[in-house]
Design a protein around this ligand. Structure first.
Ligand SMILES: [Zn+2]
Length: 236
């Protein structure tokens, strides 16, 4: 009888693998470093465990309430994804592989923005918005965080980040799995926090409250359309 192997899904091609480590090496991450592959492997295992722990079980009333949403199909798809399911060939979305590629392609632009923000050069608002989209995209694609986790991520979670040997670990206020940002990612987030977020607060309307949220929209309030923001990013 064959060994009872643990199946782990690759988060990049969203397919099941008996030996994910060798799959990453041969296919999805063949051009990456050993260290990056190991990090991806850990992430995939955590994701698999989370799905087993919380994804499989559904309460009837939850499914029922989704059917009453304005767009039940979209609501169901979003909920399935947040529970760790993969919805493939969704015509409204680019694939994780395409999104990852886009983040890589935009990285040089981010580096040029870092230089500008550090030297205090005036940066146009649409660029600072794209900078925010990018940071959100990193959480979504690189760290597999749900829209809800991104929306409710608090400044306290950033201020209280923990330094580790590989970067900084941040906690999310919806108690989802913490993630460890690499050094360069930390710099992006810190620049957003110290240079861009305060500008959004300056624009804040009188009645608006930032609610301690890390990512703020144009009006200085918590971001309301995370999904749309990210879709704009993927269309850059
Ligand atoms: Zn793969």
């Amino acid at each position: 009888m064959a060994a009872d192997r643990r199946i782990v899904y690759c988060l990049l091609c969203e397919k099941p693998h008996e030996n994910l480590s060798s799959h990453l090496k041969k296919a999805c991450m063949k051009d990456n470093t050993e260290e990056e592959r190991n990090a991806e492997l850990t992430k995939a295992k955590i994701s698999q465990k989370e799905w087993t722990r919380v994804g499989r079980r559904w309460e009837y009333h939850e499914v029922d309430s989704l059917m009453n949403e304005e767009d039940p199909l979209r609501a169901l798809i979003d909920r399935l994804k947040s529970k760790g399911f993969f919805i493939v060939k969704d015509p409204s979305e680019s694939s994780p592989a395409e999104q990852r590629q886009l983040l890589q392609d935009v990285t040089p632009w981010m580096r040029s923005m870092v230089a500008k923000l550090k030297t205090g050069v005036n940066v146009a608002t649409n660029y600072t918005t794209q900078f925010r989209y990018f940071c959100m995209g990193v959480l979504s694609v690189v760290y597999n965080k749900s829209l809800k986790s991104i929306e409710t991520f608090k400044t306290a979670g950033w201020v209280d980040r923990q330094q580790t040997s590989s970067g900084v670990t941040i906690q999310f206020s919806d108690n989802s799995v913490a993630c460890t940002l690499r050094k360069e990612e930390e710099e992006w987030f810190e620049l957003y926090f110290t240079k861009i977020r305060p500008l959004a607060l300056l624009r804040q309307d009188e009645y608006m409250d930032d609610e301690g949220c890390f990512f703020l929209g144009q009006n200085g309030g918590p971001i309301a359309n995370t999904k749309t923001d990210l879709q704009r990013l993927w269309k850059l």
